[in-house]
Design a protein around this ligand. Structure first.
Ligand code: EAX
Length: 338
């Protein structure tokens, strides 16, 4: 009797193993289809939800989803949700954040060569800037970031920066005398405004609106689309279209993360970054055209200024940084625009 029971149990056991095995193989197939390995990218920046940084990164996310058949999801974090620009660059180095869109200015603390893009009045126009940034010179500078654990894909745009303040109209450099102006954390920016007699203070973008609102600073400088989307018109009465810096915005990837991607997804990143960059630049061109009248409607006094006196006042900064940046690189960028 016992022998029969034992045989019966063995039979039941064998049958159930067979059934599970079959179910398992269909389960594996359905798993393979449903659970394709999805990679998630967190990309951060400090500007407003309606700024072209955000809109361009949303386009980038759509493109990555399409180009990788849903295998790479990109989540966009605006308004310093992931920290200020320096924090995010450090997070890329650690690999705790995958991507960031920042201005070149804070990168100067990580690789000195980027200072060349921060020289006042370096780029005469957008076409010249794109020629340098999208060509060999721009690419070679992005390459210097690899020693810092960062992969620079390409340059998006922040734009020509203009001075705004709450005290008085600024028509000439002397009008900046004593003005407490917030700047990005960059030595050339600081020395440029010192050369014009201002009182510059470095500050992260996320603290800027409150500092202007509380009057702890009088002035700031940013492109028109940021003055509008970050609502600086609520706390700044005067604007002067000085265009003293052209700010490029490199799209950066954590090297630790990038090296873990398969080649096809690395290729998709580059393609999506270039398509989204062109879209972002286009949006900014439209906003630069349309937003000055909107700022005036909000009560800002926006002045066109003669740039020559401002250029003359900051010539000393070019001399001061020639040895740090290298005259050959400065000449390359100057000539590369033509
Ligand atoms: O990169 O800090 C600034 O004023 C920059 O325009 C901003 O970080 C966007």
């Amino acid at each position: 009797m016992k022998k029969k029971t034992a045989c019966f149990l063995v039979l039941i056991l064998m049958l159930s193993v067979a059934l599970v095995g079959c179910g398992g193989s269909s389960k594996v197939k359905s798993d393979a289809k449903d659970n394709q390995a999805v990679t998630t990218i967190k990309v951060g920046h400090v500007l407003a939800p309606d700024h072209p940084y955000t809109l361009g990164l949303k386009k980038f996310a759509e493109l990555m989803d399409k180009k990788t058949n849903g295998k790479v999801k990109v989540n966009v974090f605006h308004s310093s949700q992931l920290g200020n620009e320096r924090d995010m660059i450090e997070a890329l180095q650690l690999g705790t954040q995958q991507m960031a869109l920042v201005s070149t200015a804070p990168l100067a603390s990580f690789t000195k060569q980027f200072l060349v893009f921060d020289l006042p009045f370096m780029f005469d126009n957008y076409q010249g800037a794109y020629k340098v940034l999208d060509g060999e010179i721009g690419k070679s500078l992005l390459k210097t970031l690899e020693s810092q654990g960062i992969v620079g894909l390409n340059y998006w745009e922040n734009g020509y920066r203009h001075v705004t303040n709450s005290k008085r109209p600024i028509n000439k450099p002397e009008d900046l005398a004593g003005l407490k102006i917030r700047l990005m954390e960059n030595p050339i920016h600081m020395d440029t405004f010192k050369a014009m007699g201002a009182n510059p203070l470095p500050m992260a973008f996320g603290e800027l609106f409150t500092a202007l609102q509380q009057g702890t600073i009088d002035a700031q400088e940013n492109p028109v689309p940021i003055i509008w989307t970050s609502r600086f018109y609520e706390v700044q009465k005067y604007g002067s279209l000085t265009g003293h810096f052209y700010a490029a915005a490199p799209l950066l990837v954590s090297q630790k993360f990038y090296q873990g991607l398969p080649a096809d997804q690395q290729k998709a990143l580059m393609e999506a970054a270039n398509e989204a960059r062109d879209y972002e630049r286009q949006l900014l061109a439209e906003q630069n055209k349309d937003f000055i009248s909107k700022l005036k409607e909000k009560g800002m006094q926006i002045l066109e200024v003669d740039k020559a006196p401002f250029k003359a006042a900051v010539q000393s900064v070019w001399k001061q940084y020639e040895s740090t940046i290298g005259k050959d690189l400065i000449d390359k960028v100057l000539n590369g625009q033509k």
